[in-house]
Design a protein around this ligand. Sequence first.
Ligand SMILES: [Ca+2]
Length: 391
Amino acid sequence: MRTTQIHSALLLCSFVLVCLAALPWGCASGPEPVLAVSVSLVQPYCVVGATVTATVTVTTDDAPDSGAAVLLASSDEGVATVSAPAPTDTSGKTTATVAGVAPGTATLTATCGAAQGSVVVTVTEGEPVVTNAKDDTMRLLLVSGGHSVMGSGDGPNDDERPSFDPNLPAYYLGETEVTNAQYAAFLNAAKPDATELDSWILLTGGAGEYFACRIQRNGDTYTVEPGHEDHPVVYVSWFGAEAYCQWAGLRLPTELEWEKGARGADGREFPWGGQGYRNGWNPDLCRCWVNGMDVGAATAGVFDYPGDESPCHLIGMAGNVGEWVLDPYQEHAYDQYAQGSLAPPTTGLCRVVRGGAWCDGKDYHFRCMIRAYAVPSLQVRQLGFRCARSL
Ligand SMILES: [Ca+2]
């Protein structure tokens, strides 16, 4: 073979290799008969810094493994990025990896031939739901970071004014108030001495059926009166709430965290909605005096009023029992927050209490921005708590 023939043969081989490399995997020559493309996520969210797998399904009018190459892109690479998909398999599916970059939402679009499919991925700061390792019956829900409306511009109380718009980092908040069963489990594990026990919870409760404490002690064993396991614990002091949180590896929420969890971002009056002073009140949606005294039990199960759900999907923020939060009460705390300093007060004789209770009858007790307070040793029938956790 002459040199020019050898060069021609090598050039031809190179050309064929280049053409093969340019063809998508499994792609026959000519336009592909792609009928539809769909893309789905194994889970509808992606945690910042982590990845999830997207599945792209290509429907063709030929064998499913003859699809053209799939291109996958994110609408916002500041939120989510996608890696190159693997080749289409014989079932017509291909997979790609989605990486969370920053909190927000991005649309993932898969393109194959003339067809497109898309799905929205929400990139979150953490897992949307965590179960507390110390007590696997307790769920905490992610409250996303960002601005939200707090306080009130038209409310009647000086201490809830002004309205302001702080930017809180993400955190977790208990889905419900802590229950009798959860608190009894804590007492059984902690085995408090008599002094500790008395400072945490008043097991003798009050007189009468409505006013009993539903946790009972027999030696070192604590049990719950049957039928009240899922009711919120009451007669618990702020110290008793703190002790539970420390045991569980959690903490009490600050009052700003509590209020954001109850209102979401739009400054609503009640967890379920309403804008403006007392607008949106509906006593049927939460445990309150209207429905609390008539049914023979003061508190209700923590999931018995699903209408008392906040935009963050937290239950019982309006009613059932009022809730201790972390902060000492200072009348002018909201003035200071509104000026930009979000550090909670560190001193004060009382602790803040948030939300209404089964024995409250007035609509304004259930407004999300009401700031009540009590001495931390108080142990009463309408006061419990829920837990929080940092990311
Ligand atoms: Ca409550």
